[in-house]
Design a protein around this ligand. Structure first.
Ligand SMILES: *Cc1c(COP(=O)(O)O)cnc(C)c1O
Length: 241
C-alpha cells in the first residue's frame, strides 16, 4: 500500500471540482476539459497515486527523468505528454515514447518527429507552441507565423496536428490572465475558419487554469495544485506563492 493515495485523491478531487466550476461558469461541458497532471520532479509513485484517482494524462518536461517513469509505470494505461522544450537531437526518443508533444515551434522539429515516429505507432499528436506574450525568453511562434506553420505541420504524415499551446507571462490578475488566453482562442478560431481542423487548446496551469477554461482551454496542465511544490528546482513555470 502506498502512503500517498488518500492525499492524492483529495487533491485530484479539489482540482476536478475547480475545473467543473470553471466549465459551469463558461457554460461548457465538464468533459470538454482534460486534466493533464504535470509530474516533473515528482516520483513515479506520485503518478501512480493520481492514476489511482482516475487521472490518465501525464505531462513531463525533462526527457531523461520522464523515460524512467514511463518504464516504471508501463503497467498503467497512461497517455504521456511531452511538454518541455524539444531539442533536435532528442526527437527520436520523444517520438518513440510519447503520445503527445505540446511544444513544437519549428518546422524542422516537426519534420524530425514525423520521420522518426515508429511505423507501428499511431500518429504523434502535436500542439504548436505560441509565444502569446511576445517574450524573448520563451519558446513559441509569433501568432503571425501560425498559418504557414499549421499548413506545413498539418501535411506531415506521421503527425496529427491537434492545436495550440501557450505558457503565458506570469500574471496574478484573472482579467489580465484572460486577455492572453482570449488571444489564443482567437488565433485558434481564425485557423479553423481558414480550414485547419484543430480541436485542442493546451493552456492554463495551477495559477491560471480557471481563466484558461473561460477562454476555451481543452487541456489544462496542472502540477503544483495536484502534487504540491516541486521537490527540487526544475521549474519552468512561475513559482507559486
Ligand atoms: C511545470 C509546467 C506546468 C505546470 O505548472 P504548475 O504551475 O505547477 O501547475 C505546466 N506547463 C508546463 C509547460 C510546465 O513546464
Amino acid at each position: 500500500m502506498l502512503m500517498v493515495p488518500q492525499n492524492s485523491r483529495d487533491e485530484v478531487r479539489k482540482v476536478r471540482n475547480r475545473i467543473e466550476s470553471a466549465t459551469q461558469a463558461a457554460k461548457r461541458n465538464v468533459d470538454s476539459v482534460t486534466l493533464l497532471a504535470v509530474s516533473k520532479a515528482q516520483p513515479a509513485n506520485s503518478i501512480r497515486a493520481v492514476a489511482e484517482a482516475g487521472v490518465r494524462d501525464i505531462g513531463e518536461s525533462y526527457l531523461q527523468e520522464a523515460l524512467g517513469k514511463i518504464e516504471e509505470l508501463k503497467d498503467l494505461p497512461l497517455t504521456w505528454h511531452f511538454i518541455g522544450r524539444v531539442q533536435a537531437n532528442k526527437t527520436r526518443v520523444i517520438a518513440s515514447h510519447f503520445d503527445w508533444v505540446h511544444g513544437v515551434d519549428r518546422l524542422k522539429i516537426a519534420e524530425r518527429l514525423s520521420e522518426q515516429r515508429p511505423f507501428h505507432a499511431l500518429p504523434l499528436n502535436v500542439c504548436l507552441q505560441v509565444n502569446i506574450g511576445g517574450e524573448d525568453s520563451k519558446g513559441g511562434v509569433n501568432p503571425s507565423e501560425l498559418p504557414s506553420l499549421v499548413a506545413a505541420v498539418g501535411a506531415l504524415p506521421r503527425l496529427k496536428l491537434r492545436g495550440l499551446m501557450c505558457i503565458p507571462p506570469d500574471e496574478d490578475d484573472p482579467a489580465r490572465q484572460r486577455m492572453g488566453f482570449a488571444a489564443m482562442r482567437r488565433a485558434f478560431e481564425e485557423l479553423n475558419a481558414a480550414g485547419a481542423r484543430l480541436d485542442t487548446l493546451s493552456m492554463g496551469m495551477s495559477g491560471d487554469f480557471e481563466a484558461a477554461i473561460l477562454e476555451g482551454a481543452t487541456i489544462v496542465r496542472i502540477g503544483t495544485a495536484l502534487f504540491g511544490e516541486r521537490p527540487h528546482a526544475t521549474n519552468t513555470a512561475p513559482p507559486q506563492p
